[in-house]
Design a protein around this ligand. Structure first.
Ligand code: HEM
Length: 351
């Protein structure tokens, strides 16, 4: 895919498996991916599959059970309330001056968000939102285990820690390792997507658009970025008895992989689908109602964090605008690896 900006031409190169999906299956409603998985690229079929039954616990990206223990509705909504207060508090802070956002993204954006949101939290909690933990499940388990095993764990009422940290320590009444592990695991489940997904989104936006033109609103850039380079590029649902009745190509033991990556570039729904055109959002009152546009999931269970993600991303974009940041003119190719989160690696420079 080519991205031409005023600045220069940039080429986005997808990992072979993603490129194959786009080349071979764009416009396909239902197709076999492997022996046990069927891909779905048609918004009407996706709609029927997702309304057929509620999301199972094991399918939840954020609130799936933690080490076999279910996360209750009450627990999840308390955590979302805590992180919402933290994001609102962070957004009230004046835009920083004199910070350096140049370097390798998404790493730079991740570090900025971590400091902004959780910079005052106890060291053991700060460790849990480190980017390095994303790279290895084993390292993540070890760090989490160590954080939970350390004695102590309280915060004074007047300390500047995040509400998420206050909530985490507030649930620790006595030393019970499993309980502490659970509480700190949930801290990580909340803190990590804030840093990780938002920095990935802003990196993708930078790749498509930086330096951000003065006459293009951040929101339009983000909506178009979420269309072309959606960090959440697929939704997985495990085999279900309702599915074969919806489409006979889905067998009773088939999982289904629903693919916004395809619906959001389907020429039946988008003019010039591979072109980066933020203006296409200028007259759209509610992006949630646009057919095939599912960057935050489907109406049956839309992302709970999306109202936090967009303003945080916009803050980072405002900082990039204010500092005159752009993609390094030397980077003409952006590679998109096959990963849980779809994102480009970008070198950002000033001026
Ligand atoms: C760029 C940022 C993000 C994107 C693109 C995104 C995307 C999505 C998508 C596509 C779903 C639906 C998944 C499905 O139906 O299988 C979802 C659900 C959800 N998201 Fe997000 N998300 C983002 C950030 C966040 C953040 C920062 C949080 C919380 C701090 C969050 C919390 C949730 C929750 C709670 C759900 C409902 C399912 C569950 O309980 O796990 N998301 N998100």
């Amino acid at each position: 895919m080519d991205v031409s900006t005023k600045d220069q031409a940039r080429t986005t190169v997808f990992a072979p498996r993603l490129a194959e999906l786009l080349d071979r299956h764009r416009g396909d409603a239902v197709f076999r991916l492997d022996a046990g998985t069927v891909g779905v690229g048609d918004p009407a079929v996706i709609d029927r599959l997702l309304w057929a039954r509620p999301m199972r616990e094991s399918e939840r990206p954020t609130f799936k059970p933690f080490r076999g223990k279910a996360i209750t509705r009450g627990e999840s909504s308390e955590l979302m309330q805590a992180i919402t207060r933290d994001v609102r508090g962070a957004l009230r802070k004046p835009l920083e001056t004199g910070i350096d956002l140049s370097g390798e993204w998404p790493k730079v954006g991740h570090c900025y968000l971590r400091k902004l949101m959780f910079g005052a939290d106890p060291f053991r909690l700060q460790l849990l939102s480190r980017r390095r933990l994303e790279a290895s499940h084993a390292v993540s388990r070890t760090v989490l285990g160590t954080a939970a095993a350390l004695p102590g764990g309280s915060v004074s009422a007047d300390s500047a820690v995040s509400d998420l940290a206050r909530h985490t320590f507030g649930t620790l009444t006595e030393f019970d390792f499993r309980h502490r592990l659970h509480a700190m695991g949930l801290y990580r489940r909340m803190a990590s997507p804030i840093c990780n997904t938002v920095s990935t989104l802003v990196t993708n936006a930078s790749w498509l658009a930086a330096p951000f033109p003065a006459d293009t609103p951040n929101r339009h850039i983000l909506l178009e970025t979420l269309r072309l380079l959606p960090p959440s590029w697929n939704l997985l649902r495990f085999a279900s008895p309702e599915y074969p009745d919806i489409d006979r190509r889905i067998g009773p033991t088939d999982d289904v992989l629903l693919l916004p990556l395809l619906t959001q570039r389907d020429p039946r729904f988008w003019d010039d689908p591979d072109a980066y055109r933020p203006r296409r959002w200028a007259d759209v009152a509610d992006p949630d109602t646009v057919a095939g546009y599912l960057p935050f999931g489907h109406a049956s269970e839309r992302c709970w964090g999306r109202h936090l993600v967009l303003p945080l991303a916009e803050r980072l974009m405002d900082l990039m605008r204010a500092g005159g940041y752009r993609v390094s003119p030397e980077q003409t190719v952006g590679r998109v690896p096959l990963d849980g989160l779809l994102g480009v690696r970008v070198r950002v420079v000033r001026g």
